[in-house]
Design a protein around this ligand. Structure first.
Ligand code: ZN
Length: 323
C-alpha cells in the first residue's frame, strides 16, 4: 500500500503524541484536517459544484458556498456525523485506540478522555470498530489457509447459564513465506458447507488456492472457482499446527487477545466487531508508525456510514453452540 504523503510536510499524519497534540490543538485544526482528507482537491459544493481551495468556514463546522450560499457540514456522512462532543475528543480516542498494541477497552478510553460515563466510552469504541472494516476491501489472494476455531466463553457473565457458550469463528489466512499475510475472520452459524462456502466466497478471491483439512463442509469449494487443496489431518503424522500453521497462529493470538484485554466478557452480538478490530490491527501490524494506523482509521471514519447508538447496541445476530 502506498504511504500517504503531504505535499508540504511530506507526511499526512502525526508521528508522535507530541506532534498529534500540536497538529490538533484546536477544534478548527481538526475540522481543517477532516476537510483536507475529504476534499483533497479543494472543497466542492454538493449543491452547485463550485470548487474552491479556500472555502468559507462559518463556525459549527459548516462550509458556506460563495456561489449558491448552501451550507455544507464538514462531518456530514462521516463517523462524526451529529456528534455533540468536540472533534478533538474523537481524534484523541482514535489516537488512543490505534496506539494500544492490543486494542483499547472502554474503561481505558473513559479514563483517557475523562468521560463521565462508561456507556459513552463503550459506544465510542464500537463506532470506531465499525470504521475498521473497509466496505470495498480486497479479498485475500494467492494461497490461503481456511479453518474454524471456537471462541470460548461468549456470554459467560450471564448468570444462571449452564454450559459455556461458544461461537464458531471461521479464519482465513494468506500464505506469505513462512508466516501469515492478511487475514479475514467471521462468526459463522455452523460448520456446514453452506456456511463455509459463503465465508470463502465473501473473503477469498476466485482462482486462489484454498487449503483446508478434510472436513466435508469444504467439499465442493473447487466448484466455486477455487483450487482446493485438502490436507487430511487424520492420515498424516503431523499435528494440526504444522499443517495449518498460519491459521493456528491467528487462532491462538485471537484467544490470547480475547482473554487478555476483554477477559472473555464480550456480548455475543458484538463479537463480530471485536473480530473486525483484531483483523484491522493484524493486517496492519507491519505499519510501525502509530500515526499511520491512526491515519487509516481516520480515512475509513470519513467514508463509513453514520450509526445511531441504538444501531450499535443492537449488534449483529450471532449463533452460539454449547461447548
Ligand atoms: Zn454551491
Amino acid at each position: 500500500m502506498e504511504e500517504p504523503r503531504h505535499p508540504i510536510s511530506g507526511i499526512d499524519y502525526p508521528g508522535t503524541f507530541q506532534e498529534f497534540d500540536e497538529w490538533f490543538s484546536s477544534e478548527e485544526a481538526c475540522l481543517e484536517y477532516v476537510a483536507k482528507l475529504r476534499w483533497p482537491n479543494g472543497f466542492r459544493c454538493p449543491g452547485c459544484g463550485f470548487n474552491t481551495d479556500k472555502p468559507s468556514l462559518m463556525g459549527r463546522g459548516l462550509f458556506l458556498c460563495r456561489e449558491c450560499k448552501r451550507q455544507t457540514s464538514i462531518t456530514a456522512g462521516t463517523l462524526f456525523h451529529g456528534t455533540h462532543k468536540p472533534l478533538r475528543m474523537w481524534f484523541l480516542a482514535m489516537w488512543f485506540v490505534t496506539s494500544q498494541k492490543h486494542g483499547a477497552s472502554a474503561l481505558g478510553l473513559q479514563r483517557v478522555l475523562g468521560l463521565g460515563s462508561y456507556n459513552t466510552a463503550w459506544t465510542w469504541l464500537h463506532r470506531l470498530r465499525r470504521a475498521m472494516v473497509r466496505p470495498e476491501r480486497h479479498r485475500l489472494s494467492g494461497a490461503i489457509e481456511v479453518d474454524e476455531t471456537y471462541v470460548g466463553g461468549v456470554g459467560v457473565k450471564v448468570p444462571g447459564r449452564g454450559a459455556k457458550r461458544k461461537a464458531i469463528v471461521a479464519i482465513a489466512a494468506e500464505v506469505r513465506g513462512r508466516g501469515p499475510g492478511r487475514i479475514r475472520m467471521s462468526v459463522i452459524a455452523d460448520v456446514s458447507a453452506a456456511s463455509l462456502h459463503e465465508f470463502v466466497s465473501n473473503n477469498v478471491q476466485k482462482g486462489a488456492e484454498v487449503r483446508t483439512d478434510g472436513w466435508k463442509g469444504y467439499n465442493g469449494i473447487d466448484a466455486l472457482g477455487y483450487r482446493h487443496v485438502v490436507t487430511n489431518l487424520s492420515a498424516s503424522e503431523d499435528p494440526a499446527h504444522v499443517l495449518m500453521p498460519r491459521v493456528h497462529l491467528v487462532a491462538s493470538l485471537l484467544d490470547r487477545w480475547w482473554l487478555g484485554i476483554h477477559q472473555g466478557a464480550i456480548r455475543p452480538s458484538h463479537l463480530e466487531y471485536y473480530l473486525d478490530e483484531f483483523t484491522f490491527r493484524f493486517n496492519r501490524r507491519s505499519s510501525r508508525a502509530r500515526g499511520l494506523l491512526f491515519y487509516r482509521l481516520m480515512e475509513q471514519a470519513l467514508t463509513c456510514t453514520p450509526m445511531s447508538r441504538q444501531m450499535i447496541i443492537g449488534g449483529r445476530n450471532l449463533h452460539l453452540v454449547d461447548g
